[in-house]
Design a protein around this ligand. Structure first.
Ligand code: PXP
Length: 249
């Protein structure tokens, strides 16, 4: 797309840790996966330290913060515990996500509009410490405006609904969701926010999102780690990169 900047790929390595933790072993090591992802063309590494530590551990975050040469995007809930961890490591970026113990993954975006004061106070020290603060939200004008008001530098748009509709073959609804994502990317960009997107993206769903000129970064995990079983992690990432770059061209 003319004028569109480079589209960054953040690789989420949470599910390498999920496999490790299934057996309580020391392998596979998510830090090794992160380094391989770097070599394969990832522009950043994303990891979500959940309250229940179901995948990524505190030691993983410590090792990632020390050993990565690309930026670390630390996904976290808006809790005091996570804020303290982020302030200890000062990762390049923090992405604030909603978190419920009973969910399998991050199922919806953050409700910023109804929690504006608390979130504004919550992100201020992170921003002051030098982290780029991103807020994970649905493609909803009210939430984007609220994210802007609280002083976030970045929003990440939740692409899960679009990907689910695609998988279910609900093409008209999928296209309506895609249109909503397109409009809201442009709206957020017009407010001066940097726009990222992610959740549920695959080789089949990534191209239309990658083509939005306002989007600067995609964060992709579950599909890539699954695909790595068949192709290896490096080739799985390289193919995602190829599709993203072709969509952008
Ligand atoms: N972005 C955010 C904010 C997320 O919470 C997740 C899932 O941890 C992702 C991107 C990546 O989603 P997926 O693993 O489905 O590619």
């Amino acid at each position: 797309m003319a004028g569109a900047g480079k589209l960054r790929l953040g690789v989420n390595i949470d599910h390498v840790a999920t496999v490790r933790n299934a057996r309580g072993s020391a392998y596979p090591d998510p830090v090794r996966a992160a380094k391989l992802a770097e070599e394969a063309g990832a522009d950043g590494i994303t990891a979500h330290l959940r309250e229940d530590r179901r995948h990524i551990s505190d030691a993983d975050i410590e090792a990632l913060a020390e050993e990565l040469t690309v930026p670390l995007n630390f996904e976290m809930a808006a809790t005091e515990e996570m804020q303290n961890i982020a302030l200890r490591h000062v990762p390049h970026a923090v992405c604030i996500v909603p978190e419920k113990r009973e969910e399998r993954t991050t199922e919806g975006g953050l409700e910023v509009a109804q929690d504006e004061n608390r979130l504004a106070h919550f992100i201020a020290p992170l921003r002051d410490a030098g982290c780029r603060v991103s807020i994970f939200i649905a493609a909803d004008r009210r939430q984007i405006e609220a994210a802007h008001r609280i002083g976030a530098a970045v929003i990440e748009l939740h692409t899960g609904a679009y990907c689910d509709l695609h998988a279910e073959g609900r093409i008209k609804e999928r296209d309506a969701e895609l249109e909503r994502l397109r409009e809201m990317s442009a709206f957020a960009h017009s407010l001066g926010l940097e726009v990222h997107a992610g959740h549920g993206l695959t080789y089949d769903t990534v191209a239309p999102i990658a083509a939005f000129p306002e989007i600067r970064e995609l964060n992709i995990g579950h599909f890539l780690i699954g695909e790595a079983i068949f192709r290896g992690l490096g080739p799985a990432i390289a193919e995602m990169r190829r599709i993203m770059d072709a969509a952008r061209a």
